[in-house]
Design a protein around this ligand. Structure first.
Ligand SMILES: [Zn+2]
Length: 274
């Protein structure tokens, strides 16, 4: 099950997003055959990425979030577009935790306003790091609760709640968001029990009165293709490609996001360079 619900609450001073990403996180685990802790870390990051992707107004909007742990503590990257087609990978994260180091966010809003933000990782908790990112890099008070619960290879529940304060908000709006975030301290358990729609009804009924925008279904989908890789190879030049063919018999390109190998033989390279 994958869902993103969005609405304005608290006299239109808070943007509320409720995500259910159980299917998305299951797909990410399966593509990469991750052990549960790494799958949970990647799943939480994918959920944050889906939230950001759901904020774009242009059909060309796209976002990527990269986390690099300090001292080789592992790294992860997720990216997605306004259709909530999400993809990601995680590498070498000891115990599935990404501690120390940096988070970098690259956003293209589709209106020619590219944005790059970065912050230090302050915690081994993705929700806390995300809140910190919004605070120091985008300077928007934001409460983030994301969670992903795995049992062996199965994603039991994943998703999150994001409360973002809008410009000109009252002091009370911030207190309200902090209060709700504190109540949602185990959001994966809430997703398992209530689902995303149930969270809207259980926690925000008085604010939404049943009215919310159901945006779309986040899903795991890579946007790589043989044609795109070929176009990339075409920019490399003949000499370099022929060197690789001589040494390895083929040019092999691996997509980290979906674990697909693309092989190009001599005749393929001839066609690309024509
Ligand atoms: Zn791919």
């Amino acid at each position: 099950m994958n869902r993103l619900y969005k609405t304005l609450i608290y006299k239109k001073q808070i943007s509320l997003s409720v995500l259910e990403t159980t299917g998305l996180c299951q797909a990410a685990r399966d593509v990469h055959s991750l052990e549960p802790r790494a799958a949970a870390a990647l799943g939480q990051l994918l959920t944050c990425g889906a939230y950001m992707a759901g904020c774009f107004k242009s059909e060309k909007g796209a976002v990527s979030v990269t986390v690099k742990g300090a001292n080789g503590a592992g790294s992860a990257s997720v990216s997605g577009d306004v259709n909530l087609h999400m993809r990601g990978y995680i590498d070498g994260a000891a115990e599935g935790r990404l501690k120390g180091g940096f988070m970098t966010v690259v956003k293209d809003d589709g209106f020619f306003h590219p944005f790059t933000g970065a912050c230090e990782l302050i915690s081994d908790d993705v929700s806390e790091d995300m809140e910190h990112y919004f605070d120091v890099s985008e300077q928007i008070p934001t409460k983030v609760r994301v969670g992903a619960l795995f049992s062996g290879e199965k994603c039991v529940a994943a998703g999150g709640v994001v409360l973002q304060l809008l410009p000109g908000h009252e002091e009370g709006a911030l207190r309200y968001a902090e209060d709700k975030a504190a109540q949602l301290c185990n959001v994966a358990a809430d997703i398992a029990e209530l689902g995303a729609e149930g969270i809207v009804k259980e926690y925000f009924a008085e604010e939404t009165a049943g009215a919310y925008t159901y945006i779309t279904e986040p899903q795991y989908r890579c946007n790589c293709s043989r044609e795109k890789i070929a176009a990339l190879l075409a920019t490399m030049g003949r000499a370099e490609l022929e060197d690789i063919i001589r040494e390895q018999g083929k040019v092999s390109v691996h997509c980290h996001y979906c674990n697909t190998d693309y092989d190009f033989m001599q005749e393929d390279i001839d066609k690309i360079l024509k």
